[in-house]
Write a protein that binds this ligand. Structure first.
Ligand code: UD1
Length: 353
């Protein structure tokens, strides 16, 4: 049994912890720390309630801020916790500022880091997430990769020790939610949507929300779509849209950020999803919904290789055309393992303990 300190802070990390935490706790002693990077009810608490994630042992309540300040404040608080009670492992997910804060503190205190979703690369150092993931991987002792492409990315950077292709923990999360997503009246019915008749859109990356021409191009594309559009709006995006005074036509329905189960149902029922989210690209693939990624590159290159995802360059005409023409390929190979990544992670940590 190992004593594990797990850091979460942003929405995609809650979704991953929902699958991993319960499995870890069958054989390990896990303490959960919530940095408070995401704090709105529908970005945070809603996920803990709906997905049955264990209540965090520590809330750091750091909130929003510039990258240096946000990361620094997290580091200070995490270091204090670890000095008070030193764990055997620090477990981290993904590529957020919460991930990097945990990685740096643990590395300096000589506490080994286990990184879930290691080896992903966009090869775009302009993205804060790319900096976070590269640095985290390079101080990690255990690198849990979701695919063999991720393993190869690490090898290219000289990282081969402690690297495991365990498959994607999000497959486990999706399995947990998918059963609930189709029970009772679904959000698709509640909103009066026709299955296969609407596009689902999400946008939150800094490169899309903070570059005015890019945001304008995305809004123009959404307004030009020839079918209804459902758009759950991330708070960062809501603020950018308001600041720029951007508006939508009547076929576009703006929603608050959705819970995971409703998001899965919306995605499963959509004819196409247009998104800059990493997680949604894979969930679309698992749920057999064609995806248009509103970026110039993706970490999930396999989804593009097999025709389930296309990258939309920053031009309105292309986004609309790609959304209209997106169709599901005939085959869907198993790209990210067959589920069970959470169990493998728990076992490998156990073997090292
Ligand atoms: C973060 C992650 C990103 C992840 C995303 C999922 C980093 C660098 N980025 O981006 O990798 O894909 O989470 O959503 O860590 N805000 C609220 N309420 C909240 C949370 C945020 O209003 O509950 C607003 C704040 O104005 C904040 C802005 O959203 O400044 C951005 O939040 P932040 O956590 O910095 O980054 P995300 O864009 O959410």
């Amino acid at each position: 049994m190992a004593r594990i300190l797990t850091i979460v802070g942003a929405r995609p990390q809650f979704i991953k912890a929902a699958a991993v935490s319960h499995v870890l706790r069958r054989q390990h002693d896990e303490q959960l720390v919530h940095t408070g990077q995401h704090y709105d009810d529908n970005m945070s608490a809603l996920f803990f309630r709906q997905l049955g994630i264990p209540e965090p042992n520590h809330h750091l309540d750091i909130g929003s801020g510039a990258h240096g300040r946000q990361t620094g404040r997290m580091m200070e608080a995490i270091e204090k916790l670890m000095l008070d009670d030193r764990p055997d492992w620090m477990l981290l997910y993904g590529d957020t500022n919460s991930t990097l804060a945990g990685a740096l503190v643990a590395a300096k205190l000589d506490v080994p880091v286990a990184h879930v979703e290691a080896g992903l690369r966009s090869f775009n150092r302009q993205m804060p997430e790319e900096i976070n993931r590269v640095l985290t991987d390079h101080v990690s002792t255990l690198l849990f990769c979701p695919s063999n492409v991720a393993v190869a990315n690490l090898a290219a950077e000289g990282l081969t020790k402690g690297v495991y292709d365990v498959g994607d923990v999000m497959a486990d999360s999706l399995q947990l939610a998918a059963a609930n997503a189709v029970q009772g009246e679904t959000v698709v019915q509640r909103l009066g949507l026709e299955v296969g008749g609407y596009a689902l859109v999400t946008v939150h990356r800094a490169e899309n929300t903070d570059i005015p021409e890019r945001l304008q191009a995305i809004v123009d594309a959404i307004n030009a779509m020839p079918f209804p559009v459902i758009f759950p709006v991330h708070p960062r995006t809501r603020a950018a849209l308001t600041a720029k005074g951007l508006e939508f036509r009547a076929h576009v329905r703006l929603l608050e950020p959705q819970g995971y189960v409703d998001m899965v149902a919306l995605l499963a029922g959509a004819r196409v999803v247009c998104t800059d989210s990493g997680g949604l690209q894979k969930e679309a693939y698992w749920l057999a919904t064609p995806c248009v990624t509103l970026r110039t590159e993706t970490e999930w290159v396999e989804t593009v290789t097999y025709g389930w995802n296309v990258l939309a360059p920053p031009s309105v005409a292309n986004i609309v055309e790609m959304a209209v023409n997106a169709t599901a390929p005939a085959t869907r190979p198993e790209l990210y393992g067959e589920g069970g990544a959470s169990e493998r992670i728990a076992e490998i940590i156990g073997a090292f303990a």
